[in-house]
Write a protein that binds this ligand. Structure first.
Ligand SMILES: C[S@@+](CC[C@H](N)C(=O)[O-])C[C@H]1O[C@@H](n2cnc3c(N)ncnc32)[C@H](O)[C@@H]1O
Length: 372
C-alpha cells in the first residue's frame, strides 16, 4: 500500500514529501492529512479498500465521556470537513470490544458531531440513505477513531466489472497481488494463466498506466466535497506506458467476458488472450511473444482454483503440479500466487522466497512468491 502511494506521489505530487506512515494493524496505513494526498489516493490508489480522513481519536471507554470528548473536539475544530446543511451518516465497524453496542456508539457519535457543528453555527442532518458525508467509527487497540470516508463506497466497486466468473478476485486484492509480485511494466511481461474474468490483467494494466480508479460514471464522495472541488481532474499518471500482458482461461464464456472487459476498458491492445488450458500453451511461445513486444523478462501472477468447482482433490493436485512444471520452464520469470488451498505448495514444488498470509474475502490464503 505504502509502495503504491509513494509511486503515485512521485508522479502526481512531486512537490509533496511523503512522511513515514503509521501502521494500524494489518492492511492499514496512516499519513498526516493533506487534501492533495487524500485526493490522489481516493482517485488513484488501487490497493486501498477505503480512503479515510481521520478526524478525531479518543480513548473514552464509555458513552458519556465519548460524547463529551467528541463534542469538545468538534466544537473547536476549524477544519472544513463539513458544511452548513450537509447530510450525514455514521457507521461503526469492529467496535465489539467497546463497552456499549454498535447502535449506541453510532448514536453518540452522531449527536456529538451534530451538536459540535451546531456550536459553530452549522446544521448537520442525519440522512443514512443519501448522505453527503459518510462518517466511519472504528476501534483500534482501545482507541476509537472517527473518520470521513472520502471514497463513499468500497474502492473495489470501480465500475468496470459488468460480469464475472464464480470466483472473481476482488479488484483491490488483484492490484495488491500485482504490487506484491513487484511487476515492473517498463521491463517485464505479466501472464495470468488461470485468468477467470481477467481482474489481475486489468488491474496490472491500470496500475501500469496510473489510471484513475473510478469508471463508468462512478465517483468517490470526495468529488462532491468543497474542500477538493478546486483540485485537478484525475487523469492517467503514466499514460504512455504500454504494458505487456497475457492471459489464458479454460472456460470459453469467461474468455468472452474478458474480451469484452478488455475492450470496454480500452486495454485490448495491452492484453493478449493466448488460449484456453494453459497446459496447451508452449512456455517458449510466451517468452517469444513477450520479446516481440520488447520485454525479455516476466512474472506469472495468478490465483489458482482452490476447491469445489475443480471436482476431485486429485484433479486439483494435478492442476497445481502441472502449473509447477509449466512455470519452472519459464526460466528467470518470477511466479506470484494467491492460494487458499494448503495442498498447493507441495504439489507445485519448490520453496517460495516470500510466504505471507493474505485473506481472499472469507478465505484464509497465502501469497507466495517464487524466484524463477
Ligand atoms: C480462482 S479462478 C481465477 C479468478 C480470477 N483471478 C478472476 O478475477 O476472475 C481460477 C480460474 O482458473 C480457471 N482454470 C482452471 N483450470 C484451468 C486450466 N487448466 N487452464 C486455464 N484456466 C484454468 C478456472 O476456469 C477459473 O476461472
Amino acid at each position: 500500500m505504502a509502495g503504491e502511494l509513494s509511486r503515485l506521489v512521485r508522479r502526481g505530487l512531486p512537490e509533496v514529501r511523503l512522511e513515514e506512515p503509521k501502521k494500524q494493524g494489518l492492511g492499514s496505513v496512516t499519513y498526516p492529512f493533506d487534501p492533495r494526498l487524500g485526493w490522489l489516493a481516493v482517485q488513484h490508489h488501487r490497493t486501498s479498500a477505503r480512503v479515510l480522513w481521520d478526524l478525531y481519536e479518543t480513548r473514552a471507554a464509555r458513552l458519556e465521556p465519548l460524547y463529551d470528548e467528541l463534542l469538545r473536539a468538534a466544537s473547536e475544530d476549524r477544519r472544513p470537513w463539513c458544511w452548513d446543511g450537509a447530510r450525514l451518516s455514521v457507521e461503526a465497524y469492529g467496535v465489539e470490544e467497546f463497552a456499549a453496542g454498535e447502535r449506541q456508539i453510532v448514536g453518540t457519535v452522531k449527536n456529538a458531531l451534530i451538536d459540535g457543528a451546531a456550536s459553530r453555527r452549522m446544521a448537520l442532518t442525519v440522512e443514512p440513505e443519501h448522505p453527503e458525508l459518510r462518517v466511519q467509527v472504528r476501534l483500534y487497540e482501545g482507541t476509537l477513531v472517527v473518520s470521513l470516508d472520502l471514497s463513499g463506497r468500497p474502492m473495489h466497486m470501480r465500475g468496470y466489472r459488468m460480469e464475472a466468473g464464480d470466483a472473481p478476485l476482488r479488484e483491490d486484492l488483484a492490484a495488491l497481488l500485482v504490487m506484491l509480485a513487484r511487476y515492473d511494466a517498463r521491463t517485464e511481461a505479466l501472464f495470468d494463466p488461470l485468468a477467470g474474468s481477467g481482474t489481475i490483467a486489468v488491474e496490472a494494466a491500470f496500475l501500469a498506466k496510473g489510471r484513475p480508479v473510478w469508471m463508468s460514471g462512478r465517483k468517490p464522495d470526495a468529488e462532491r466535497h468543497p474542500l477538493f472541488g478546486a483540485l485537478a481532474r484525475p487523469k492517467p499518471l503514466f499514460a504512455d506506458t504500454t504494458p505487456v500482458l497475457f492471459v489464458s482461461e479454460i472456460d470459453r464464456k469467461l474468455r468472452e467476458t474478458m474480451e469484452r472487459t478488455f475492450l470496454t476498458t480500452g486495454i485490448e491492445r495491452d492484453v493478449a488472450i493466448l488460449g484456453g488450458d494453459f497446459r496447451n500453451i508452449d512456455p517458449k511461445l510466451v517468452v517469444e511473444r513477450a520479446r516481440e513486444r520488447g520485454v525479455e523478462r516476466g512474472v506469472i501472477v495468478t490465483n489458482p482454483p482452490y476447491g469445489e468447482r475443480m471436482g476431485s482433490p486429485d484433479a486439483l493436485r494435478a492442476l497445481y503440479r502441472d502449473l509447477g512444471a509449466w512455470c519452472w520452464e519459464l526460466r528467470g520469470w518470477r511466479c506470484a500466487f494467491l492460494v487458499a488451498n494448503p495442498e498447493f505448495l507441495e504439489a507445485f514444488g519448490g520453496r517460495p522466497r516470500i510466504a505471507k498470509p493474505l485473506r481472499n474475502g472469507p478465505l484464509r490464503g497465502y501469497f507466495y512468491l517464487f524466484e524463477g
